[in-house]
Design a binder for this molecule. Structure first.
Ligand code: KIV
Ligand code: NA
Length: 267
């Protein structure tokens, strides 16, 4: 947390999602500042078509794996749909599991008017909270789609007010998703905690993207994402190579096999 806070105003903060230990290890070695175990795992690794079905158990398991694969980066567990914000006891229990059981450094909560007090309560208990405003995909059914938020004066004002409210409640950072760049710039200027943008333009303190979109592993990426690699293509080549080598008899070869002389007289 201290690193993420201290970095605001210097180099942009880098954050990426990860959902397993080997991926986290690669991301960590690359010097990414923070790893978010996003509930985007619903789409990215669990085969769902939204984030809503992701469970607290799944999040705890994946966060623990990411934490085991990470040495330096901050590990942040995303709180899945309805795991916080219902009753205070359930919220504390579920968020607490991410630190006690899964070794996360912090949790992220899709924020709204209903999470201000909760954020304050969790922070007081010792659970660092990253807030998240703008497009909050857990509300897709209410929003009617994954559309840009804060595009009119009233909704922009609401985002600015909620950003302040969550900073005041003790959030250590704020994700701004799919909002106009000038709104994100305004929030960044007004807050003292670092803002991390996704589809929010360059005038924020850091950027986050979904790992699968960045490496080219997604079926469908949002318009604001940029693909920096072709991992799907690499996997296709490797799998096809394996299939062909087995079918042609090239694999396994001499060097992959062991002939035990001792067994010559077995039958
Ligand atoms: O679940 C996720 O990956 C996220 C980021 C896109 C901010 O919430
Ligand atoms: Na999320």
């Amino acid at each position: 947390m201290r690193d993420v806070r201290a970095k605001a105003g210097e180099d942009p903060i880098t954050m990426l999602t990860a959902y397993d230990a080997p991926t986290a290890s690669v991301i960590d070695d690359a010097g990414i500042d923070a790893i978010l175990v996003g509930d985007s795992m619903g789409n990215a690794v669990l085969g769902h078509d939204s984030t809503l079905p992701v469970t607290v158990d799944e999040m705890a398991s994946r966060t623990a794996a990411v934490a085991r694969g990470t040495e330096k980066a901050l590990v942040i567990a995303d709180m899945p749909f309805l795991s916080v914000g219902t009753s205070r006891e359930a919220s504390v229990e579920n968020a607490g599991r991410m630190l006690k059981e899964a070794d996360a450094d912090a949790v992220k909560i899709e924020s709204g008017p209903h999470t201000v007090e909760l954020t304050e309560h969790l922070v007081r208990l010792g659970i660092p909270v990253m807030a998240h405003l703008g497009l909050t995909p857990q509300r897709v059914n209410e929003l009617g789609g994954y559309t840009r938020q804060g595009t009119d004066e009233e909704s922009a004002k609401e985002i600015i007010d909620l950003a302040h409210a969550h900073e005041d409640a003790g959030a250590f950072s704020l994700v701004l998703e799919h909002v106009p760049s000038n709104l994100a710039a305004r929030v960044t200027e007004e807050l003292s905690i670092p803002t991390i943008g996704i589809g929010a333009g360059p005038e924020v303190d850091g950027q986050v993207l979904v790992y699968n979109d960045v490496v080219g592993l997604s079926e469908r990426a949002p318009p604001f994402a940029e693909q920096f690699g072709d991992v799907r293509g690499e996997i296709e080549r490797a799998v096809a190579g394996y299939r062909d080598a087995v079918e042609s008899g090239e694999y396994p070869a001499e060097e992959h096999s062991h002939h035990a002389e001792e067994l010559e007289d077995l039958y």
